[in-house]
Design a protein around this ligand. Structure first.
Ligand SMILES: Nc1nc2c(ncn2[C@@H]2O[C@H](COP(=O)(O)OP(=O)(O)O)[C@@H](O)[C@H]2O)c(=O)[nH]1
Ligand SMILES: [Mg+2]
Length: 438
């Protein structure tokens, strides 16, 4: 184990944990921790022993070993998988034991906790699917597993993950390189959009050279290309959908595929570059694709391509059209480029960095509470306390005297003031409320 790599083992007694693993790795990257995280994921449940080791929150994938174990040990009892995972567990800097906060503890969980404790490695207990105060109270029942460091989390809603990651990475040495700020993780940028808007041309332009991204083979499984470039000391990994040319592919099929691929790539990116076609204008499918990036909480740039052939070169008018068609993306900056000529494309780099940093911005709790004290909600709402439990996207939890969700207009007011005050350019903001318990 070198000093800059944290080996983290995520261990779980049930299935349905890939999501959590994905979020954890992404979360680790999102935090911009000055450590490399080597994450291994082991689930005991029935047939699954995926091993996903990736540095810096790259999208987890079951490696060949994982796939092999999956085949070989299909249906085996979990103790076999524990036996296999043992080496990883013993080497781990930290073990995260993940349990399902919505299920009763099983005897397998208890047994597993006992085995894990016996390893005498640092262990954190992550109780997943905790996304409400009621559940948070329930999470504490899991103390009976005898693991003192308990973290209620919601992998799906990305709650509590920063606290967990803070805990497992605390006291971890900062490498010299990192201290100099040299080795920040690459910003992952998904280039998404309808067919023919110029995604691949843009990718080539951004990475500075052509690459073969079209596979002529029918039924090819390669569906994405990614390429990393360093610009002004910062790494960017661009992901584009490989052109899959199947014979007889209809326009409709191509459009459907573009949505499927967008959804897939969005999940793995930090920033979504939603490419629009200036010549064709904004259409429904653009809004659909942009909507997925928004719902997934990604930082977003609306990139108007083919500006060279736009009929009307009035940027302001075009922005208005864009805003009109995608009201929910009013926070996303609009950039005008020509992937073909290269005009405007180099400005995308600082813009990507800007929205990425905005999405990663964490407001200190004290500052946040001072800020909220100065707000005037109408109708009045009593706000006791505010926290920002996570970044990417920035999520805020308001503890109020009300039950249920904030009224739409109150939420809007809060988000707008946050944007004014702290400048969350290009990132969705998530607001949750909790009723203060007496
Ligand atoms: N005029 C013009 N044409 C472009 C531009 N970008 C891409 N194209 C053309 O649009 C077509 C589709 O481009 P491509 O990158 O394959 O689109 P994709 O399907 O989104 O990957 C190609 O003929 C490109 O040459 C641009 O900025 N201006
Ligand atoms: Mg393409």
């Amino acid at each position: 184990m070198d000093g800059s790599t944290l080996s983290l083992v995520l261990f779980s007694g049930t299935d349905d944990k890939l999501n959590a693993a994905a979020v954890l790795t992404a979360g680790a990257a999102a935090m911009g921790r000055k450590v490399n995280i080597f994450l291994q994921y082991w689930a005991l449940d029935a047939f699954r022993a995926d091993r996903i080791g990736k540095e810096r929150g790259l999208a987890p994938e079951a490696g060949p070993e994982g796939a092999e174990a999956y085949r070989k040990h299909g249906g085996q009892h979990w103790s076999e998988i524990f036996r296999q995972a043992r080496f990883a567990l013993e080497q781990a800097d930290h073990i995260v034991f993940l349990v399902d906060g919505r299920s009763e503890l099983t005897s397998a969980d208890l047994e597993l906790a006992r085995l894990l404790r016996r390893l005498a490695r640092p262990i954190a207990l992550a109780v997943n699917k905790i996304d409400s105060p009621v559940r948070e109270a329930l999470a504490h029942e899991f103390h009976s597993l005898g693991i003192p460091h308990l973290f209620p989390v919601s992998a799906e809603h990305r709650l509590g993950l920063d606290e967990l990651l803070d805990h497992v990475t605390s006291g971890f040495p900062v490498t010299e390189q990192d201290a100099g700020g040299q080795r920040q993780p690459a910003i992952r940028v998904a280039i998404i959009g309808r067919p023919n808007v110029g995604k691949s041309t843009l990718l080539n332009r951004l990475v500075g050279h052509e690459r073969a991204i079209v596979s002529e083979m029918a039924g090819t499984t390669r569906d994405a290309v990614d390429e990393t470039v360093t610009v002004a000391g910062r790494q960017y990994t661009f992901v584009d959908t490989a052109g899959i040319r199947r014979k007889g592919k209809t326009k409709l099929m191509a459009e459907k595929l573009s949505v499927v691929m967008a959804r897939k790539h969005i999940r793995q990116c930090d920033v979504a570059l939603v490419v629009l076609d200036a010549a064709e204008g904004v259409v429904g499918l653009d809004a659909t694709i942009g909507g997925y990036a928004h719902e997934d909480g990604r930082a977003i740039i609306l990139c108007v391509n083919k500006w060279d052939v736009a009929l009307n070169k009035d940027k302001k008018a075009f922005v208005e059209k864009v805003r009109d068609a995608m009201k929910f993306l009013e926070y996303a900056p609009v950039a005008f480029v020509s992937a073909l000529s290269g005009a405007g494309t180099s400005q995308l780099f600082p813009l990507i960095q800007r929205v990425y940093e905005a999405a990663s911005q964490r407001i200190p709790t004290a500052e946040l509470n001072r800020f909220v004290a100065g707000l005037h909600f109408e109708p009045e709402i009593k706000i006791y306390y505010v926290t920002q439990p996570s970044v990417r996207p920035p999520a805020f939890v308001l503890f109020t005297d009300r039950t249920g969700k904030l009224h739409f207009s109150a939420e809007r007011y809060f988000i707008n003031r946050l944007r004014e005050r702290f400048g969350f350019t290009g990132t969705p903001i998530v607001v949750k409320t909790r009723q203060k318990r007496g």
